[in-house]
Design a protein around this ligand. Structure first.
Ligand SMILES: [Cu+2]
Length: 467
């Protein structure tokens, strides 16, 4: 891994790497020098070491836990490859890795006490499974609040044959950060909060209510933003991922529109919008046309429902002399057309049978319960292999809940009858209702939980259990 801005990652480079190795570790998604035992490749795979480390946030050295860089190294495979990752634990605590959005065999899902024994300090565990489905995914620790630290990274599975045409791509990973910070964000920098939204979105949108002094884009605070390079006329592919514990984000680029091609890694009919809204655990792939004559453009990341601001910079080649946008300069596009689930049409809908689902769970979401029960004092939700299962969620609380199902892709029910296929779906506060269908084709015990990690710790977890 190298310091400095992300390398312009061309498709050709990625394909070359993956073709040669079958398995690639891509430098450049983050921009941090490893300060702990870093990642390395092993024959046929990769080793990730979870360890204490320090990260440089705008000049302040912050202690945290991570996989050597922040975010952890980007793992890239091709559809049908075998992922093989040896996790070494050099933390003073148990840990595991969960492969968010993938559907591995149950014993590889990384949930301690449910799918595997936790990996104790000093121990190792090898994750190994096939990755048949292309898409933009993430990996993260799944023990307690470890995700709130730096124990996360992007995982991209490329299709065997890419349908989209684009010139460069970037992974853009959004995080909220409080590790090693005091309550006022006091590492000395001004948190760049000048773009706080004072239009009271709190009435419709609210998250966990904890203080997160910084929002990071690819591990970097707004005063030291990552720079995404482009050239006039180039088409970019961005893989935007929300790995935050407690923050939903709105995302837009000044002077540019976003054509959504995938959500949670799964293809949708392209739809062009001004801004994205991502709950924790959600991802969007977008294409961006570099239509401006040059310059440096703000990539704005605004916390939903409270103050907080992060950014990157989109810089055209030949514009090195032009100064970057002011830290808090807010793209007007953030107030433009937002992507919404009913706008998204699955390009590869689930093969649901005709008729009605074999099983339907109708579950109320509160801040601490799913269906009136709080984990671990909660009954499993039984399913049988091969069944078509429907889950409907009704949010009676004042907070948003991004709900994530492990081990399966589900199809969100929208008026078109062809809603997007996802693995994480945000249910709006105060009466929001979302319903999805899935096919029970991956036996085991699978978590179904809120991806707000505070809500998860407070009990918003159930287990989908195959009989
Ligand atoms: Cu929640």
């Amino acid at each position: 891994m190298t310091g400095g801005p992300p390398a312009p990652a061309t498709r050709r480079q990625f394909l070359g790497l993956t073709a040669a190795a079958g398995f690639a570790l891509v430098a450049g998604c983050s921009a941090r020098q490893p300060t702990a035992a870093g990642p390395s490749t092993t024959p046929g795979g990769l080793r990730l070491t979870a360890a204490p480390m320090r990260v440089d946030l705008a000049g302040s050295e912050i202690p945290t836990w991570g996989y050597g860089t922040l975010p952890g190294p980007e793992i890239r495979l091709r559809a049908g490859d075998r992922l093989r990752v040896e996790l070494g634990n050099e933390l003073p605590d148990d840990t595991t890795i969960h492969w968010h959005g993938l559907a591995p065999p149950n014993r590889m899902d990384g949930v301690p006490g449910l799918t595997q024994d936790p990996v104790a300090p000093g121990e190792r565990f090898t994750y190994e499974f096939e990755t048949p489905t292309a898409g933009s995914f993430m990996y993260h620790a799944h023990v307690g609040m470890q995700l709130d630290r730096g124990l996360y990274g992007p995982l991209v599975v490329e299709p065997r044959s890419e349908e989209l045409a684009y010139d460069r791509e970037y992974t853009v990973m959004l995080d909220d950060w409080r590790d090693g910070m005091d309550a006022h964000g006091g590492h000395g920098a001004d948190g760049g909060h000048g773009a706080e939204d004072d239009r009271d979105p709190g009435d419709s949108v609210s998250f966990g209510g904890r203080s997160y002094p910084l929002l990071l884009v690819n591990g970097r605070p707004p005063e030291d933003p990552p720079v995404l390079g482009t050239r006039r006329g180039d088409r970019l592919r961005l893989r935007v991922m929300n790995i935050a514990a407690d923050t939903g984000f709105r995302f837009a680029i000044a002077g540019h529109r976003l054509t959504v091609t995938h959500t949670d890694g799964m293809p949708v009919e392209p739809v062009t919008v001004d801004a994205l809204r991502l709950g924790m655990g959600e991802r969007y792939d977008v294409l961006v046309e570099s239509t401006q004559p040059g310059g440096a453009w703000q990539v704005g990341v605004q916390a939903e429902g409270r103050g907080g601001w992060g950014r990157a910079v989109l810089r055209y080649s030949g514009s090195e002399a032009s100064s970057p946008p002011a830290v808090a300069q807010r793209p007007g596009e953030l107030d433009g057309r937002l992507v919404a689930y009913p706008d998204l049409l699955a390009r590869e809908p689930l093969a649901l049978p005709s008729g009605e689902p074999a099983r339907h769970y109708d579950l109320e979401l509160s801040g601490t319960e799913i269906g009136g029960q709080s984990y671990p004092d909660a009954d499993p939700l039984p399913v049988a292999e091969g069944e078509w299962v429907r889950i409907t969620m009704r949010n009676t609380s004042a907070k948003w809940h991004p709900m994530h199902l492990h081990g399966h892709h589900f199809q969100v029910r929208t008026p078109t009858g062809r809603g997007p296929v996802k693995d994480t779906v945000t249910v709006a506060a105060r009466g929001g209702v979302v319903s999805f269908d899935f096919l029970a084709t991956n036996p085991g015990d699978w978590l179904f939980h809120c991806h707000n990690h505070h809500h998860m710790e407070d009990g918003m977890v159930r287990v989908v259990r195959y009989r």
